[in-house]
Design a protein around this ligand. Structure first.
Ligand SMILES: *Cc1c(COP(=O)(O)O)cnc(C)c1O
Length: 370
């Protein structure tokens, strides 16, 4: 983040000072301009910015009227918010396993989960939350096929996926509604919190616009539904406008970095798999070790050499205490359990140098050779 600021400093300082001087701190012109630019970037008709990626998901749930009695299918291996927003609306998250190579939702596991919800007959299957984990878009061809057969909506959680693509089509354009987050650590991050909702549907866009402004009707002081106060600040919009200009170059750079890691590490550990036609925005570069002991010892060894690494994610959704009341015994056999024990995310960003990557890899390889 700091390296990026240094690279963009003159333009960034000018954009931020302009906001400070103009005083339109809420819903200034930069917000609408940014929404238009994000629409152009993704090829999606409507983009509605909001306060964060979690609110963006919540706004989608509200626009579809998801509530008690509805089943929403969520990957078992993701950030908590992807599932939290389902329970927050009173609906039930059904945890689905992920593919061990791409870390994204497994189509076969989704089929099984839908079949068991239908067989049980208690909940109505409504939505699939497809997460673009670590920057890689989910397998939308397979997921769309299943969703169509069962009349389900797809919510693309592109919090980590913005900037990725499938055959040139950009992430955040695959869901019936898609969302992203501008939290600083995401591929397109601002200097605080922010998020956005994407949809081609005019009616849903109107509803989301109402829900994000306290359920407003024709004007601000006419309230026709219970909503949220969820806006992107003008300051954050101005920052994102500057960052968006540099974004394509950053995606190229971060892909060079990922390729360099994979070149140096192939054969030593399991490196990320990017299917043919897919492109990742590399929110994370995540490898797999043999077992938890080896993973944890490697993380300690890297730390001793001054190399930060992270475990995304240490616990699958179905084992989170907040979901204690949901009993989903099928999850015990999921690949997600093993991934939580074996994954490790190495430092990656567009400004990392080949020397830095080489030094991470040499520490890693010498640990494995011990
Ligand atoms: C970060 C993240 C979110 C939530 O975004 P916030 O802006 O932090 O609210 C949701 N889903 C996934 C997959 C994320 O990584």
């Amino acid at each position: 983040m700091i390296k990026q600021y240094e690279a963009l400093k003159p333009e960034m300082d000018k954009a931020m000072m302009e906001v400070a001087a103009n005083g339109n701190y809420i819903m200034g012109p930069q917000v609408l301009e940014l929404e238009r630019q994000l629409a152009e970037y993704t090829g999606v008709k409507h983009v509605l910015t909001c306060a964060n990626g979690t609110d963006a998901l919540t706004l989608a749930m509200k626009a579809w009227g998801i509530s008690s009695g509805d089943a929403v299918f969520v990957p078992d291996f993701t950030f908590f918010a992807s599932a939290e927003i389902v329970s927050l609306e009173g609906a039930t998250p059904i945890f689905v396993d992920v593919d061990e190579r791409t870390y994204n939702m497994s189509a076969e596991s989704l089929e099984r989960a839908i079949a068991s919800v239908i067989e049980e007959g208690k909940l109505k299957p409504r939505v699939v939350v497809a997460v673009d984990l670590f920057g890689l878009p989910a397998d939308y061809r397979a997921l769309r096929d299943i969703a169509d057969r069962h009349n389900l909506l797809i919510l693309e959680d592109g919090a980590q996926g913005f900037g990725g693509s499938i055959n040139g089509k950009k992430a955040c354009s695959f869901g019936d509604i898609a969302t992203t987050s501008f939290f600083p650590a995401k591929p397109l991050g601002c200097y605080g919190d922010g998020g956005a909702v994407f949809t081609n549907n005019d009616h849903l866009a109107d509803l989301i616009n109402s829900y994000r402004f306290h359920g407003k009707g024709d004007n601000k002081y006419e309230n026709v539904r219970i909503g949220l106060n969820s806006r992107l600040d003008t300051m954050q919009a101005a920052i994102l406008q500057v960052k968006l200009k540099a974004f394509n170059d950053e995606i190229v750079s971060v892909n060079h970095a990922a390729n360099e890691y994979s070149r140096l590490l192939s054969g030593c550990v399991k490196t990320p798999v990017i299917p043919e036609g897919f492109a990742s925005s590399w929110a994370q570069y995540t490898i797999q070790l043999e077992n938890k002991g080896q993973r944890d010892r490697l993380q300690q060894a890297l730390k001793a050499s001054g190399i930060p690494s992270m475990v995304y994610y240490p616990k699958p959704m179905h084992l989170q205490k907040a979901f204690d009341t949901l009993t989903q015994p099928q999850c015990a056999g999921y690949v997600s359990n093993r991934l939580c024990d074996t994954v490790l995310s190495l430092p990656i960003h567009p400004y990392i140098t080949n020397d830095e990557i080489a030094s991470v890899c040499s520490s890693l390889i010498s640990f494995l050779e011990q």
